[in-house]
Design a protein around this ligand. Structure first.
Ligand code: ACO
Length: 325
């Protein structure tokens, strides 16, 4: 039987030029390189320059991905963009990207699922491709978290960074086996009871403000590794795949200790875990596609390899993608 699969035909990423090291952070809050590295594995983060918006960074990443895919902006049928730091409260940041890429047909919309955002966006685009509703789609994760970071709060300000990552998907007929290249499966979940544990202090309909990131770090930590490992096991079992068959784990990059705990629960060695958190810090929705694109560009991840992408974030939301690149 022939089915439609979303093949990834191009990857792109963008990191702003300005780098802030842990020593730089120690100049603005009472912290140290030693504390940050030991607790999180983060050594530096990138911050967007004044005047650079999420759509600006998304367009840069998209242009790289489209070039790699040999696709023009006008050929895209769909853009799904994941972010918690939109250019404006409305319209969707995706429509600014749509206009900048010269795409005048189809549709573009945002999804808000924090650090799981790319997985939510991927599932939305993949399902539309599987149904034959669109042929070519751009899935983007982008964040300008520095704009909602409280730089007087050492509990949170050392953890986050800015950046963008994206993938171009194209519908391809396949026989539906594990050997097919493309998105094999996706799973997404949420549990709103945990919303207060990690959220913004503001919003248009509550206090007219954008707000800042506030977080119960221990509670987030406790759930992150468990949820990412559980959803990984679920997606593997559902598709009859063993952990040994997975070439790379490309998890949401929150914290090296969360990555290590997830890998331990899954019984996968750290040598098979992509870790970019040291250089990028936590870029929320951008972290998985950024890690994917950068690891592909460096030659670490190769075409044809089987990738497992678990993520977890505010909501709480969590999910996983199983992809043969
Ligand atoms: N520098 C120095 N000291 C600090 C800093 C800092 N940047 N931040 C907090 N501290 C202090 C605290 O004030 C506390 O001091 P106190 O004991 O005098 O009150 C002390 O360090 C210890 O704090 P703990 O909460 O015990 O530190 P912990 O070992 O739990 O690490 C951390 C904190 C890193 C936030 C951890 O809880 C964590 O990684 N949580 C996950 C959070 C995360 O990654 N969130 C990202 C968004 S969600 C996601 O992406 C999945």
């Amino acid at each position: 039987m022939t089915i439609l699969r979303s093949r990834i035909i191009g990857l792109g990423s963008f990191l702003p030029e300005r780098v802030s090291t842990n020593d730089d952070m120690a100049k603005i809050v009472e912290t140290s390189d030693e504390w940050i590295v030991t607790r999180t594995g983060i050594r530096q983060r990138h911050f967007a320059a004044e005047g650079v918006s999420s759509s600006d960074m998304a367009v840069k990443a998209a242009e790289e991905a489209l070039k790699a895919a040999g696709v023009k902006g006008e050929d895209l049928d769909l853009i799904v963009l994941a972010t918690v730091t939109p250019d404006k409260t409305f319209p969707a940041t995706a429509v600014y990207v749509q206009a900048a890429l010269g795409m005048t047909h189809g549709c573009a919309f945002d999804v808000v699922a924090a650090c799981s955002g790319f997985l939510y966006a991927l599932r939305a685009a993949d399902n539309m491709i599987r149904l034959g509703q669109v042929k070519t789609a751009l899935v983007i994760g982008v964040e300008t978290l520095s704009r909602i970071t409280d730089f007087t709060d050492r509990n949170t300000c050392v953890l986050f960074g800015d950046g963008a990552g994206c993938a171009v998907l194209r519908a391809e007929e396949c026989d539906g086996s594990l050997a097919d290249r493309g998105v094999i499966d996706t799973l997404i979940y949420s549990d709103g009871r945990y919303a207060p544990e990690l959220c913004s202090t503001g919003g248009p309909s509550t206090n007219h403000e954008v707000g800042y990131i506030t977080m119960n770090g221990r509670e987030v930590f406790r759930h992150a590794a468990v949820n990412m490992a559980d959803v990984s096991e679920e997606i593997l079992a559902k598709n009859g795949v063993s952990m040994e068959q997975v070439d790379w784990l490309v998890p949401h990059q929150a914290n090296i200790r969360i990555l290590e705990a997830t890998a331990k629960r899954l019984g996968i060695p750290m040598e098979k875990v992509i870790s970019t958190v040291g250089d990028h810090a936590n870029t929320s929705a951008a972290s998985i596609p950024l890690a994917l694109a950068e690891s592909y560009k460096s030659g670490k991840i190769k075409e044809g390899q089987l990738l497992l992408l678990p993520g977890m974030g505010a909501g709480f939301t969590w999910g996983a993608g199983l992809i043969r690149l």
